[in-house]
Design a protein around this ligand. Structure first.
Ligand SMILES: [Zn+2]
Length: 191
């Protein structure tokens, strides 16, 4: 298994983080980025303090440089058991900026992110029910103005949107300049 360097927690819902995280980071120097409330909860599963950013977590608005990448925690519009849902902007050593929206509905702050940051790749949920639907995600492209978009959070539960077809179609209509890459499970994307 690949040893993790950085683990960015968007929120504490069971389909995003659970007690298996402890075994994933055991014996590694992986850094977990999460909010203090979530760090408190995960700490109870036996994860040592050293594996958390600053030992205690960080919050929305914060930027840290870890393992050669810059990580910004930003707003997301969703719910959580503790802490507040978040998204991340990740800037790699070569200046590529990736926006991971987390679980979120569309929100006006996406326009702000699009204005403040030069986003290369946007990872956007499109599955509806718990997150943006394809129409909202297509709007998000017009707000964020990324070069490339990767749809996520669909097809995993029967009640979610089952494929990326409608998002691909709406994105092509509303944000034709964006290169949409709908990946298959297990497929990877080299930037
Ligand atoms: Zn969630």
């Amino acid at each position: 298994m690949v040893e993790p360097d950085l683990i960015l927690i968007t929120h504490d819902h069971f389909d995003h983080v659970d007690e298996e995280l402890a075994s994933l980071v055991e014996g590694t120097d992986a850094i977990i980025v999460a909010q203090p409330e979530v760090v408190g909860k995960l700490g109870e599963t036996g994860i040592p303090e050293d594996n958390f950013i600053f030992g205690m977590g960080m919050n929305i608005g914060g930027t840290v440089e870890e393992k050669g990448v810059e990580v910004r925690m930003v707003q997301a519009f969703h719910s959580a058991e503790c802490g507040a849902p978040a998204g991340y902007l990740i800037t790699t050593g070569d200046g590529t900026t990736i926006y991971h929206a987390g679980d979120t509905g569309a929100f006006p702050g996406m326009k702000m992110l699009g204005e403040m940051y030069d986003i290369d790749v946007a990872l956007l949920p499109i599955g509806s029910v718990f997150v943006m639907d394809p129409q909202q995600a297509a709007w998000a492209l017009t707000a964020l103005e990324p070069e490339m978009a990767v749809p996520m959070h669909y097809g995993t539960f029967p009640i979610l949107v089952q494929d990326a077809g409608e998002f691909v179609r709406l994105a092509d209509e509303q944000a034709p300049g964006v290169d949409v890459q709908a990946l298959q499970p297990g497929e990877s994307l080299k930037l």
